[in-house]
Ligand binder design. Structure first.
Ligand SMILES: NC(=O)c1ccc[n+]([C@@H]2O[C@H](COP(=O)([O-])OP(=O)(O)OC[C@H]3O[C@@H](n4cnc5c(N)ncnc54)[C@H](OP(=O)(O)O)[C@@H]3O)[C@@H](O)[C@H]2O)c1
Length: 266
């Protein structure tokens, strides 16, 4: 008997879907029959990913462009999603980056804080009505084990006084988890769940940027981390498994993960 969840008719929105773990997550959900919407910074990158995914999926993914470093661009993308998809079933907030030198977005925000955390928060908030309309539905926030040991400095959330790229990254990944926990609490009883995860150590550009070790090609990437397909497994599981329908407010490392509050509420 085929044990794969059937995602036919389920609309799944994935950010950072042009490469890495997000691209593999989109591919996996499309193979399960989902209607996948790729959020891409550049249309041509989104179209390329869509074409590649379409080769192996029943429904070709559509592309919505958004620069997640821009609050206006996120609002515009959410507006487009609202027009075309009144019912949403899965939102995977996955896009992130690490910058070792402090950068500011056009809105004047620190880049990692904007893309890795605020974009998760804003896009989710703007799509909540569609997710409620599509219930049972699921929000999945891709965090990282790098949150462990991080502390939110509420007096300097954007590293204006002191900036260290790795530390800033860890803070945003901790913020992903705290956001998920509070979101799950506020969504109790709505049929919309919210969970977060660590995907593993995966050989992507982000890992290369994190470690400072250039990743030139798949072979080298594999030396430093597992494949993007492996990294997508937990997101796909949380998005599609019937076992997860009522689970909310948890942090996963692998599919059998448990809520790990240690390290988060220190
Ligand atoms: N790789 C790991 O070992 C690892 C470990 C723990 C957690 N994670 C988490 O896994 C998630 C995916 O990471 P990854 O390793 O797959 O990274 P990746 O291969 O570098 O992909 C990052 C994705 O985010 C997108 N993105 C970055 N900035 C954007 C912006 N301003 N607007 C729109 N899209 C933007 C990129 O789009 P462009 O193509 O346009 O740049 C790309 O699609 C992240 O949340 C990361 O924190 C990864």
């Amino acid at each position: 008997m085929d044990q794969r969840p059937d995602m036919a008719g389920r609309v799944c929105v994935i950010t950072g879907a042009t490469r890495g773990i997000g691209r593999a997550t989109a591919d996996g959900l499309a193979r399960l029959g989902a209607t996948v919407v790729l959020i891409a910074r550049r249309r041509e990158d989104g179209e390329r990913a869509s074409r590649e995914i379409a080769d192996s999926s029943p429904v070709p993914p559509t592309v919505v462009t958004a620069d997640l470093a821009s609050l206006a661009s996120i609002r515009e993308a959410a507006g487009e999603l609202r027009r075309f998809y009144p019912h949403l079933h899965v939102l995977v907030n996955n896009a992130a980056l690490i910058t070792h030198r402090r950068q500011r977005t056009g809105d004047g925000l620190e880049m990692q804080f904007a893309v890795n955390h605020l974009a998760y928060f804003l896009l989710t908030s703007l799509l909540l009505d569609q997710l409620r309309a599509g219930a049972p539905s699921r929000i999945i926030n891709v965090s990282s084990a790098a949150h462990s040991g991080a502390q939110l400095d509420f007096d300097d959330l954007q590293g204006e006084r002191r900036y260290d790229g790795t530390r800033a990254y860890s803070q945003t990944k901790l913020a992903n988890i705290l956001f998920t926990y509070e979101l799950a609490r506020r969504l109790q009883g709505t049929g919309v769940t919210a969970n977060c995860l660590h995907p593993g150590v995966i050989g992507t550009r982000l890992l290369s940027d994190y470690t400072g070790v250039p990743i030139a090609g798949r072979a080298l990437a594999r030396t430093f981390g597992a494949s993007a397909e492996k990294g997508a497994e937990t997101s796909i599981y949380l998005a599609s498994s019937p076992d997860m329908e009522k689970v909310s407010g948890k942090y996963f490392e692998g599919q059998t993960g448990e809520a790990l509050v240690a390290g988060v509420l220190r």
